[in-house]
Design a protein around this ligand. Structure first.
Ligand SMILES: Nc1ncnc2c1ncn2[C@@H]1O[C@H](COP(=O)(O)OP(=O)(O)OP(=O)(O)O)[C@@H](O)[C@H]1O
Length: 318
């Protein structure tokens, strides 16, 4: 069914460098959320904090009544069984076949016999479209296949939460589209809570139920997709529409001179909000909202042309 994760007042520093402070948001059970942010704003640090690989300085990460930020090692071991994690490079063991890589968590964390393990591994390999590639080594396959193998491995323990770090890094736009469709189909099938960290604006605009944006050591905004895609908040607007005009500069914040030069500049209008990607079988996901529902409920008029299926990627600057 997926579980809710409630993050409150989370702060993380390394030495004197504060990565982010007072971060609070809730990942709703069974929904797909995306976390965006310029490079170095601590998206990966956030993922690692959510699974207890890093301890925050302050704040809590509540899941099923346990605070991951403060629990014992034994509790952490238990609670981690709820998570599946897909790291950027798939994090495969280079000397093991894909089959053994995917079987690894089952052999490590369960008492299942090899016949049962084989059934589960083959089911997950089929789910990610890798049947027939079981005997290959990670070095013998493409980056996209490695990610899908990493995804199969993240799924073998039937996670309630799936954390995915930059699934599109190193993938061409077509492979990115395929993997995005796979996430939506998987969410429909397993109902887990998804958090995807990405730089890809097209993914952020079309895949999730919710979007978050980390910027300048804090969480600038987190909420339903339509809320952020219709937001006039300068940082959110600039980032989600891949624009140069706005507070974000080449090296994070613009200086006073750069901002002064932009005073009076007309901002391009907000582009139309695209339709959300649907499962390939056409049956809506449990957590999927109707197009325009959030805007209607909140009295927001979406940009002209929103929620039609004819929006070209160039209209959103990607
Ligand atoms: N274990 C660590 N010790 C010290 N500093 C760290 C550690 N891990 C991350 N950092 C620092 O935290 C900051 C945020 O890193 P992180 O990798 O989370 O950023 P990111 O938003 O995921 O970046 P990108 O989008 O480029 O992948 C960086 O300045 C990084 O150097």
């Amino acid at each position: 069914m997926g579980v809710e994760i409630k993050i409150e007042h989370l702060t993380k520093s390394f030495g004197r460098q504060t990565i982010w402070g007072d971060v609070s948001f809730t990942l709703p059970a069974g929904e797909i959320s995306v976390m965006l942010g310029p490079s170095g704003t601590g998206k990966s640090v956030l993922l690692k904090t959510l699974i207890g690989l890093l301890k925050p300085d302050h704040g809590s990460v509540m899941i099923e009544g346990t605070d991951i930020a403060a629990c014992s090692r034994a509790e952490l071991y238990e609670i981690r069984q709820l998570f599946g994690v897909l790291f950027q490079d798939g994090a495969m063991f280079g000397s093991m076949s894909l089959y053994d890589n995917v079987a690894f968590p089952l052999r490590e964390h369960t008492n299942k016999g090899e016949t049962e393990i084989r059934g589960i591994v083959m089911e997950k390999m089929e789910l990610v479209g890798l049947l027939g590639a079981e005997t290959k080594l990670p070095g013998e396959i493409s980056g996209g296949m490695r990610k899908r193998a990493g995804l199969a491995r993240a799924l073998v323990l039937d996670p309630e939460v799936l954390l995915i770090d930059e699934p599109d890094s190193g993938l061409d736009p077509v492979r990115t589209s395929f993997i995005n469709q796979l996430f939506v189909d998987l969410n429909a099938q397993i109902d887990a809570t998804f958090l995807i960290v990405t730089h890809d604006i097209h993914t952020a605009r079309t895949v999730p139920d919710n979007i978050g944006l980390l910027y300048h050591r804090h969480l600038a905004m987190f909420g339903p997709r339509e809320m952020l895609l219709s937001s006039e908040e300068p940082v959110v607007r600039q980032f989600l529409n891949a624009q140069r005009v706005g507070p974000i500069g080449m090296s994070e914040e613009k200086d006073a001179d750069e901002l002064a030069a932009e005073v009076g500049m007309d901002l391009p209008p907000l582009p139309p909000i695209p339709l959300q990607l649907e499962p390939s079988n056409g049956i809506p996901r449990r957590s999927q909202r109707r197009p325009g529902e959030w805007c209607r409920q909140n009295g927001i008029v979406p940009p002209p042309g929103s929620f039609t299926d004819s929006i070209s990627p160039s209209a959103v600057g990607v």
